[in-house]
Design a protein around this ligand. Structure first.
Ligand code: 2HA
Ligand code: ZN
Length: 293
């Protein structure tokens, strides 16, 4: 099977276009990585060229020598290209996307398909792999990491405290499905240089327990088992963020909202356990207040 004709490529390209149409991928913003299943590799491998060169990952902010993703050794990944525009992925996947393979120690990669006019995988590749390494240990079926620039979540990183409890709680109160979709909340990464090892390590530490992280003043990182779940997660969080931005443009004090006990009512019927650290008591309806220590 040609990669270009596969259901996998179509699903990947559709997600890229969906993200672009949401306004989350200005210029070359964002990146998307999918860890192939054995059955995907089996289906597509006749279209792979495995006689290329092994390349270093090369973190942009130094530390080039210590990138090793041993937990992902020998695996294949579909990744967006560095400097490539998401709006061009669906019209021309072969120029904007690559499939890469890791060597058997997880220290180098080889392009086996795509980026037909040259180029490298996303500058965030080491961050994506660091995340996927951690996520595979958490749940073998998590195979997607998606980075985008959703407007409202980014806006909130300028006005809410960069505190996971407050940020998550304010988002939870904007849409009942949020705590059901991400009961472990939103991890917060303070501003750091993107493409660097520090932000990669910081994010993957949070991804040990979270499905969604916000990079302050930059964007978001989410993971999932398939494209629907991954897109649905960030779509849900960003919708709630949009509601919060609208509420905050009217007032900084809510007249009424969903209470901690009402959130707890969701646990049983929806089979989740909303982390209690987000269900602290508030003094009043003021948006963004810190919990009492
Ligand atoms: O790939 O979004 O964070 C462009 C970016 C880097
Ligand atoms: Zn970005």
């Amino acid at each position: 099977m040609k990669v270009i004709d596969s259901e996998l490529m179509k699903a990947y390209a559709r997600m890229a276009m969906d993200g672009f149409n949401q306004g989350w991928h200005e210029r070359n913003g964002g990146n998307l990585t999918y860890r192939l299943k054995d059955s995907d590799v089996e289906e597509l491998k006749d279209d792979f060229k495995e006689d290329g060169i092994w390349e270093d990952f090369g973190w942009q902010a130094g530390h080039e020598s210590d990138s090793s993703f041993s937990g992902l050794a020998g695996e294949y990944f579909m990744v967006s290209g560095s400097g490539k525009y998401f709006r061009n992925i669906q019209p021309d996947p072969e120029d904007n996307v690559a499939i890469i393979k890791l060597n058997d120690t997880g220290t180098k990669f080889m392009k086996v398909w795509g980026l037909k006019k040259g180029g490298r995988p996303t500058s965030e590749l080491p961050t994506h792999l660091a995340n996927l390494d951690v996520l595979k240990k958490r749940d073998e079926d998590i195979r997607i990491v998606y980075h985008c620039h959703p407007t409202n979540l980014i806006a909130l990183t300028y006005v809410l405290p960069l505190d996971e409890r407050v940020f998550t709680r304010e988002i939870y109160e904007m849409a009942t499905e949020c705590p059901i979709v991400f009961p472990e909340g939103i991890g917060i990464v303070p501003w750091m240089l993107c493409g660097g090892k520090e932000i990669g390590d910081y994010t993957s530490e949070l991804m040990k327990t979270h499905d969604i992280c916000v990079w302050a003043h930059h964007g978001t990182f989410v993971c999932g088992r398939d494209f629907d779940e991954t897109f649905g997660l960030i779509h849900t969080a960003e919708k709630a963020a949009e509601v919060l931005v609208k509420v905050m443009s009217i007032t900084n004090v809510k007249r009424q909202t969903i209470t901690p006990d009402q959130f707890r009512e969701l646990n049983k019927p929806f089979g989740v356990h909303i982390n209690e650290k987000f269900l602290y008591e508030k003094k009043d309806g003021t948006i963004g207040q810190m919990p009492e220590e």
